[in-house]
Design a protein around this ligand. Structure first.
Ligand code: PLP
Length: 369
């Protein structure tokens, strides 16, 4: 019998850091980042970079192009918009991050019509079809896993609705879904899908990763308004196994190691582990009387956003569990005081989650509202 895959890389049961990003980083990654300096125009770099896009494509489930850049996830919201240079976008909003992407579009001079769904409710593809029938949009922006509410949109159904009812580009924030729960860039017909390294890839923050479809790249070649994040430059340099500008080589050494780890677990295996983690949280929450902020059947696999049972303060719970050495997320935005969030993504194992849940039980007893 083969031994079960150890996602922690040698520290099972030891994870104490459960933010919904940045996430806990295993020892092998921290060591990979300590690699001695190399120049980014030399052979050592191009040998390293040659290994990255083909394996990233396996995680993003595409035969197309996936690129990396030194950036937070927010920079790639800009990349999606600047490279496409749309005049008008439909911004599907249902939480703090989707709201911010709409604000980002406006800041870049793009007209953004907001199609709003209540926080915690998934976006309704039929509503998106209706909005697309009423006006002409160049693109639709959608956040797959809304980290602020712990809700998961049906991105496949949304992309299908967009494609069937318009020729708008589908721009997807898969920041807290890709590498943690199913994301199928090609099969779902996405045009741009972006994430940051500090989420389910379980690397330190600082690296942006994004997929772009053929038609997105074609259009970007014709009319991009981007400079630092210009896709056609990234593509041209990727041909030479380089990046256009000085990259964070420590992150790329780390990504190189992490892609081996992810593919050894297998992409589906990683999804299954995240599925088991979120199911365990659901079972525990139900037993303890904590309720989900997101609707049933539309919950993220990587972050659980919970309202504590009556009589327990979410903010006190986060503080009490911190005293026990565990970091979890507080509520976000307008849900700051009323919810707490457990990030269970990246290289977290079930044994560590059990230790956290036990600590939360002890803490809840001391966290009176
Ligand atoms: N999108 C989602 C869904 C997020 O959860 C976050 C950060 O938590 C972001 C975008 C922004 O990422 P960054 O802080 O790397 O810019």
């Amino acid at each position: 019998m083969t031994a079960a895959f150890d996602p922690t890389g040698g520290q099972p049961g030891k994870v104490r850091f459960f933010l919904p990003g940045p996430v806990w980083v295993r020892e092998a990654i921290r060591q990979a980042m300590a690699h001695e300096a190399i120049g980014h125009r030399g052979k050592a770099f191009s040998d390293l970079y040659a290994r990255i896009p083909p394996r990233l494509a396996q995680v993003f489930r595409t035969r197309g192009f996936v690129f990396t850049t030194t950036s937070a996830g927010t920079g790639l919201w800009e990349a999606a918009l600047l490279n496409l240079a749309p005049e008008r976008v439909l911004a599907v909003v249902g939480g703090a991050f989707s709201e911010r992407w709409a604000a980002c579009a406006r800041d870049l001079g793009v007209a953004a019509d907001v199609l709003e769904f209540p926080w915690g409710s998934p976006a309704d593809p039929a509503g998106i079809r209706k909005a697309l029938a009423k006006a002409k949009y160049d693109a639709v922006t959608v956040v797959h896993s809304e980290t602020s509410t712990g809700s998961l949109n049906d991105l496949a159904a949304i992309a299908k609705a967009v494609r069937e009812s318009s020729d708008a580009f589908v721009l997807a924030d898969v920041v807290t879904s890709v590498a943690g729960s199913p994301v199928e860039c090609d099969a779902w017909g996405l045009d741009f899908a972006l994430t940051g390294s500090q989420k389910a890839f379980a690397l330190p923050p600082g690296l942006g990763l994004a997929f772009a479809s053929d038609r997105f790249r074609k259009r970007a070649k014709e009319r991009s308004r981007a400079h630092y994040l210009r896709l056609s430059e990234a593509e041209a340099f990727a041909e030479k196994n380089q990046t256009p500008y000085t990259p964070s080589t420590p992150h790329l050494f780390a990504l190189d190691v992490q892609l081996d780890h992810i593919l050894a677990e297998t992409v589906e295996g990683r999804w299954a582990r995240h599925d088991a983690l979120r199911r365990r949280v659901a079972e525990w929450a139900q037993e303890r009387g904590h309720s989900y902020a997101a609707a049933e059947g539309a919950r993220s696999w990587t972050v659980s956003c919970l309202k504590p049972r009556p009589g327990v303060s979410a903010e006190a719970l986060v503080a009490r569990v911190k005293e026990r050495g565990f970091t979890i997320g507080g509520g976000y935005g307008k849900w700051k005081a009323s919810t707490f969030r457990i990030g269970h993504m990246g290289d977290v194992d079930l044994a560590s989650l059990e230790v956290l849940l036990a600590a939360l039980d002890e803490s809840a007893a001391e966290a009176a509202a």
